[in-house]
Design a protein around this ligand. Structure first.
Ligand SMILES: C[S@@+](CC[C@H](N)C(=O)[O-])C[C@H]1O[C@@H](n2cnc3c(N)ncnc32)[C@H](O)[C@@H]1O
Length: 347
């Protein structure tokens, strides 16, 4: 059984075990991404997505004066598709290529193996500790990374707060609410809780990563690009969800065999990053971001001499990325950097 009889764990500990348990964890010994997996991500829908990120990276590098060395770090690279396409796209840009250290920060040994067998370029390495990045301008890219980190949830009912736990009740897993104090939550999230707020989702791990990353950017210059499924409202709500084979699954069912994820509250993320003293934070939708970089023109160029069936496949995939009812509006893009860089391509 997942939990001993009558024992309970806070939600973040539960998610951490389900997804990252060393032997059984969901991400630790399988590749969940793709049509045959449980969900699909933008780089795996169309290579145009990664091509736009590559163009955007080169523009950033140029804008900050073409430094001789630039670290490009992907956080949580899944099956390695985005990094592979970025390296392929930037192959022809000799000066940029020879200035770039490509780095993957990945927790899953199984996914790391897949990444290593796919990405055979010489200027890439893998790290287990973000603090190893301590020199040179560094740009961090997080596509669906933060939504894979464990969260805590707090619920307010009749002016008193509780934390969500998972409990083994006679061999059945169920949610359980354990009373807590508002002050405890405020200390944890380092923010006052507004009276109108009656739900909080918060990832202590995401907060840790953001603190390390913003320190590196403040010291060496660079930036953080976050692309994720999320919303931009002051008011938080319960966004915990689980998927298996591209369909909704109950969070407490198919333990170790279904993904558990949540939506990013970008309003809160922006506030957090500003508090960490990165003074330029831009936010837009995936649709706006990709269109402003030139994805429509790219689709036109590559589909020009193609037969109808191939052309329609390209536009079908493009629509999945930028369609308003598809990923275009649901996915948001945030870029945090230093104001002095005056870089806002895509926003
Ligand atoms: C939802 S997948 C996204 C994969 C990829 N970015 C994409 O868009 O296809 C999340 C990725 O983050 C990795 N990950 C999760 N927690 C991590 C952590 N604490 N440190 C490093 N990688 C982590 C997972 O193993 C997985 O590769």
């Amino acid at each position: 059984m997942f939990l001993k009889k009558n024992s309970k764990v806070p939600l973040d500990k539960f998610i951490n075990r389900v997804l990252y348990d060393k032997t059984k964890g969901y991400y630790m010994n399988k590749n969940p991404i793709g049509n045959k997996g449980d969900f699909i991500t933008s780089p795996n829908i169309s290579i145009m997505f990664s091509e736009m990120i590559a163009v955007w990276l080169i523009s950033f590098w140029e804008k900050i004066g073409c430094p001789k060395i630039l670290n490009i770090i992907e956080l949580g690279a899944g099956n390695g598709e985005m990094m592979f396409q970025i390296l392929k796209t930037t192959e022809k840009f000799n000066k940029f290529k020879s200035s770039s250290n490509f780095i993957i920060y990945e927790k899953s040994p199984h996914l790391k193996k897949i990444q290593k067998s796919k990405i055979k370029f010489s200027n890439i390495r893998w790290i287990n500790n973000l603090k190893k990045i301590n020199n040179y301008p560094s740009i961090f890219i997080a596509n669906e990374f933060f939504d894979a980190l464990p969260i805590k949830q707090f619920i307010k009912k009749k002016s008193s707060w509780s934390e969500r736990y998972i409990k083994n009740n006679n061999e059945n897993l169920e949610f359980y609410e354990k009373k807590t104090k508002k002050e405890f939550i405020e200390r944890l999230i380092k923010q006052r809780i507004n009276k109108s707020q009656n739900f909080i989702e918060y990832s202590p791990l995401a907060n840790k990563k953001l603190t390390i990353i913003s320190k590196i950017i403040k010291k060496n210059n660079g930036g953080l690009l976050v692309i994720d499924y999320g919303y931009n409202d002051k008011k938080m709500f319960d966004t915990l969800q689980s998927v298996k084979k591209h369909k909704k699954n109950s969070v407490l069912k198919n333990i170790y065999n279904a993904d558990i994820t949540h939506l990013i509250n970008f309003y809160f993320l922006k506030k957090k990053i500003s508090a960490l003293k990165l003074d330029s934070v831009n936010l837009t939708t995936q649709r706006e971001f990709l269109i402003k970089i030139g994805i429509l023109e790219r689709a036109e160029i590559i589909s020009k001499n193609m037969p109808f069936s191939k052309k329609s496949d390209i536009y079908f995939r493009l629509d999945r990325l930028i369609g308003k009812k598809q990923m275009g509006d649901l996915f948001k893009v945030l870029f945090a950097t230093k104001k002095i860089n005056k870089f806002n391509l895509g926003f």
